[in-house]
Design a binder for this molecule. Structure first.
Ligand code: ADP
Length: 258
């Protein structure tokens, strides 16, 4: 079953809006006049060969690098106009999912998910690891949502790669992010685990109206799990279309021509 998020169902401000963004590193233009939009509940997949500019887009959105031209608007605010403190708050509102899971291996799954509550909890509680019961409930509910409630007290490093990535999804759910950036979230997983992780990500995005920007290498997975595909080549957007209108061979061309 495909649930295509219909942006007309969300006549709201886009959660993420890049308008003509250019970023250079010295003499290299990593991305050139990139524009893309992610609405609430929409999964936008960035496709493109290595060096196409996918990570640069993530760095610009998370405010890790400044842009040379154009605007990055997250939650309706232009990142360039934010104070340092506002930028920090903005960053905390963005859920991050990485290729290498980025869990604390010796901590159990629940502890890792509770880390998603850090921005919501008083510092003394974090230091004492005395999370309020309400936060534990949010974290347990998030683990339940990704099908891992029975692993709550198991060390993260004893879980499979797919399970670890689902813990990472639970962590961003507990964080109650409205925007998730997933940088090659399934690159280290076998095909079955990759499908499983992407379907959980897509389901929670649609259910909860979370905007997801996700980079992938696998064109077949992009067509199946994205609502919209944005393909990049040498830092330039060469395709930006609803995924169901994209044919496999069209995307393969982007890779072949690289
Ligand atoms: P992708 O994530 O699609 O592999 P990147 O965003 O990492 O692509 O890279 C885009 C381009 O920017 C490449 O040409 C890369 O070599 C260049 N680049 C990325 N980061 C840096 C950096 N820190 N310094 C110089 N060049 C960089």
């Amino acid at each position: 079953m495909t649930l295509v998020a219909d942006p007309t169902l969300h006549p709201t401000t886009p959660v993420l809006d890049l308008i003509g963004v250019t970023k250079r590193y010295g003499g290299t233009t990593a991305i050139r006049e990139v524009s893309l939009t992610v609405h609430p509940g929409e999964v936008v997949v960035l496709l493109g060969p290595s060096g196409a500019g996918k990570s640069t887009i993530f760095r610009c959105v998370s405010g890790l690098v400044s842009t040379d031209a154009g605007q990055v608007r997250a939650f309706g605010r232009d990142l360039n106009t934010l104070s340092r403190r506002e930028l920090d708050l903005q960053r905390r509102a963005i859920g991050l999912i990485f290729q290498q899971f980025n869990l604390t291996g010796r901590m159990n799954a629940l502890g890792n998910v509770l880390a998603g509550r850090l921005g919501h909890v008083a510092t003394w509680r974090v230091l004492l690891r005395a999370f309020p019961q309400s936060d534990r409930q949010i974290a347990l509910a998030a683990l339940d949502r990704v099908g891992l409630i029975d692993k709550a007290y198991q060390r993260a490093d004893s879980l499979s790669g797919g399970q670890q990535q689902r813990v990472a999804i639970a962590r961003v759910l507990a964080q109650q992010s409205r925007l998730i950036l997933a940088d090659e979230p399934v690159a280290s997983l076998d095909p079955a685990a990759a499908e499983n992780v992407l379907s959980v990500l897509r389901e929670v995005a649609h259910e909860r109206g979370i905007a997801v920007l996700c980079s992938l290498h696998q064109t077949d997975l992009a067509r199946r799990f994205a609502d919209r595909i944005v393909a990049l080549r040498a830092g330039v957007v060469v395709m930006n279309r609803p995924a169901h209108t994209v044919q496999g061979p069209e995307i393969d061309t982007i890779y072949r021509a690289a």
